[in-house]
Design a protein around this ligand. Structure first.
Ligand code: AMP
Ligand code: GLY
Length: 419
């Protein structure tokens, strides 16, 4: 079958890489893709928001299955548009993607269905939000309601920062996404990402992952899209996993169906493991980046088969097989990220990839046949090993074969899991 992957990040290269290993997949298209996906199939220069041209591409090329990476086309309704045209597509409808597209919607759903999460208030007036902040005090967390590419969350350790965050979010910087704010109780604990394939009824969890959101070692500096991941995180015990499936993931899938927003695609639960038990920080309605990079390295099942089963609402018939090995992904970023960074710098890559790992491209382009930098997060160097320590060692060993001007990466990815 012919598969179209929508997106251009490390997540999409990882999905295309895994799909390319499936005997069911004969050809891969990626829109718009990066220099990594170009090696696996055909990149088509269509942006992810351009639903009309994506639909035309899928029709012209007789695509059998489309997999959508980023949140923006999902909230714009790409799944609704493709389904209406009779095309097979893996992802949530626009109504279901609200779970990520509106934090207020997600919080209200969790309150209504008793799904554990931080206490909160939703406000469309700055003054009311600030009154609430004075009432609950600092630390607290202020979030833009809508999509803000990971930049709409301010963890405020003092009152002034929290009050100021409300004005910053509501006064234009985030546009429509900042029309409302969510103010939350501050929670403490380790974070775990649990992704699940969902077909409307059945949730099939993936291997749990821990992300490293801050830019610098020791979780210092500003938040980023994610600087590295590892799987499995030892803090997430079998018992916690069962508890999260029973008290969070399955109830959320049922709640969405009950609300007439049947959820299909990937339900990504961002968890925080507090003293009072696991709670939801956020839901995403898609694969994580760079969570997907370690997930595909540990997934032994045929991804194309799983996605087809999800689309056909047959996930109850599928059992996922996971490698016992651990996996680590270290993001190599361009100097300046998450602020301004240069583009177009040539990248040296390993001459050949080892059996135990690979370099996923994220922000890369092809210029005169050479791979060059084209984004903030440039590469995801990913390795598998017997245990976390070995997987870490191998990932950092593979990075030694990577070079470009100004490159940097965290040295402590996975250290938290070495207990
Ligand atoms: P979100 O996009 O909502 O997951 O928030 C991004 C990051 O902000 C999370 O990964 C956490 O590190 C932090 N965060 C979000 N909500 C809270 C909270 N209620 N308490 C503490 N930290 C939070
Ligand atoms: N790595 C976090 C995310 O994909 O949102």
């Amino acid at each position: 079958m012919k598969v179209l992957v929508v997106g251009s990040g490390g997540r999409e290269h990882a999905l295309a890489w895994k799909l390319a290993q499936s005997p069911r997949v004969s050809k891969i298209f990626c829109a718009p893709g990066n220099a990594g996906t170009a090696q696996l199939g055909i990149n088509v220069d269509i942006q992810v928001e351009d639903l009309d041209n994506l639909l035309a591409l899928a029709r012209n090329e007789k695509i059998d299955m489309t997999v959508v990476g980023p949140e923006v086309p999902l909230t714009l309704g790409i799944v609704d548009v493709f389904r209406a045209a009779g095309l097979k597509v893996f992802g949530p409808t626009a109504k279901a993607a609200e779970l990520e597209g509106s934090k207020a919607f997600a919080k209200d759903l969790m309150r209504k269905y008793n799904i554990p999460t931080a206490e909160y208030g939703v406000f469309s007036e700055a003054k009311a939000a600030q009154d609430y902040i004075r009432q609950i005090g600092a630390p607290c967390v202020v979030k833009a309601d809508g999509l803000a590419a990971g930049k709409g969350v301010i963890v405020a350790m003092d009152l002034a920062t929290a009050l100021n965050a409300v004005s910053e979010i509501m006064e234009g910087q985030f546009g429509e996404a900042g029309r409302r704010v969510v103010v939350e109780e501050f929670l403490e604990g380790q974070e775990v990402s649990l992704l699940a394939f969902v077909d409307g009824k059945t949730a099939l969890p993936m291997a749990p992952v821990q992300d490293h959101k801050r830019i610098f070692d020791g979780d210092k500096g500003p938040n980023t899209g994610g600087m590295g991941t590892y799987s499995p995180p030892p803090v997430f015990t079998e018992e916690l996993y069962q508890q999260v499936m029973e008290s969070i993931v399955n109830p959320t899938v049922r709640a969405m169906a009950a609300e007439g927003r049947e959820f299909t695609g990937v339900l990504f639960t961002g968890l925080i493991l507090t003293q009072a038990g696991p709670k939801v920080l956020e839901f995403n309605a898609r694969f994580g980046d760079p969570e997907t990079q370690v997930v595909v390295l540990r997934l032994e099942s045929d991804l194309a088969e799983v996605l087809e089963a999800a689309i056909a609402q047959r996930l109850d018939k599928i059992e996922l097989k996971w490698s016992e090995k651990a996996a680590v992904c270290v993001v190599v970023a361009a100097g300046g990220y998450p602020g301004k960074y240069p583009k177009g710098d040539p990248i040296t890559l390993p001459v050949s990839m080892p059996g135990w790992g690979t370099v996923f491209h994220a922000g890369t382009d092809l210029k005169d046949g050479r791979v060059v930098t084209g984004g903030g997060r440039v590469l995801g160097v990913t390795a598998r090993g017997n245990g976390l320590a070995e997987a870490r060692e191998k990932a950092y060993q593979l990075i030694e074969q990577v070079e470009f001007d100004g490159m940097f990466f965290r040295k402590d990815i996975g250290v938290k899991g070495l207990i």
